[in-house]
Design a protein around this ligand. Sequence first.
Ligand code: 4AD
Ligand code: MG
Length: 460
Amino acid sequence: PQAVKTKIKYLEKYRGQRVRISGWVHRLRSQGKMIFVVLRDGTGFLQVIIGGKLSQVHDASLLTNEATIEVVGNLQEVPAEKSAPGGHEVVADYWKVIGHAPLGDDSYLSRFNEETGPSILADLRHLVLRGETQSAVLKLRTALLSSFRHALDALDLKEVTPPCIVQTQVEGGATLFGFKYYEEEAYLTQSSQLYLETVLPALGDVYCVQESFRAEKSQTRRHLSEFTHLEAELAFITFDDLMTHIENAICDTIDHLLATPGVSELMKVLNPDFKPPSRPFLRMSYADAIQWLVDHKIQHVTEETEDLPDAEKVYVDHVLGDDIAEAAERKMTDEIGRPIFLYGFPSHLKAFYMQKMKGPAGEGPNGMVFTESCDLLMPGVGEVVGGSMRIHDADELLAAFKKQGIPAEPYYWYVDQRRYGTCEHGGYGLGVERFLAWIGNRYTVRECQLYGRWPGRATP
Ligand code: 4AD
Ligand code: MG
């Protein structure tokens, strides 16, 4: 009979029929005159049995992991206790090699084992991502991106595509990647926020999913030089509206993600104990967080001893005005064990554009100013979202540029957003790799990108 050509994920409806499947040899085992192959086609895994004369042909002796083959045969149900993927297997009556893969010492694959170091794994990322765990992470990433879009579309935000080539900074000059743009100086974007703000009067609430670039000097497990940045901007809102929106966007995304076909299988592999967070998230002011750190004896290294060997580092208590560094933030989030909204950071720790908190809440000791800013922290990862209300008065914005020593001219279009019909508005940026590291229980964001970029790494 004619064979049905299909993909592995659709096989169930063809049980008992003759099927034609192509894919990569994921696993290979020979037993007497039988060859057992687990075939992978990106949509799933399939057990294939090649027996009798078919296992004696010349190609069979050259068959290796990662070769591509085409198989035709009957699709048979397999008893549950034999745990074949999908509960079925193909008994081949015809097969052929489409593309061979290197054998033995010629093969990188023979060099992979438990001890393979991270730098070799990064060099061989193009092969590593064929593995079960890494491909599951990437599949979860695909489902996550479409769930974000689903959730934000349903909240009535419009997706736009801001430029990556820009001539203004957003999050501080220290992490800018500059390059020669024809005869001028330009940067790779750190954040699309400023552009999203300018779109509000044209399209209303907006979002984008865009690469952002940061020349991060330090090697950490949550910093990349290029990351996928989900950013949104909303008009005519209050700070409280903003935090509620972030909660809703995240919870709706997770609901959609977990309901996506195939995702429960991925979560079983990556993070079987995952529980969706409940609303509302814990909200804690920056000042309360500093007190919490003091109460829990979580200290930080002094700036002067930061670069000294561990034994010579000096630790001190946090005081109001201190930055909450990665280590302290992580300890706090892990201890509390659920998402935390930290809000009201002092202006000197944050970017130029942040709106001051209203009334006495905005005034700190010694002229310190608290802002309508919030970071969402997740257990195991720390900061996943950073957001704020934006200064919406043109003169106040110009004063803020001046205070931070940023020349205002290149931002004429950003200032105009305040001049031509301003409004209270705010938004946020979510690091997709950090979010994925949280949902997929990954140790580092480096495995949450297709090809991660960090200092010293731009290949493959
Ligand atoms: O907190 P950040 O720097 O905020 C902004 O860029 C705002 N302009 C966003 C906005 O309001 N539209 O970055 C936002 C998020 C962080 O919370 C983090 O998840 C992620 O982006 N992020 C990084 N992820 C990986 N590697 C890096 N180097 C990152 N820097 C920021
Ligand atoms: Mg931040």
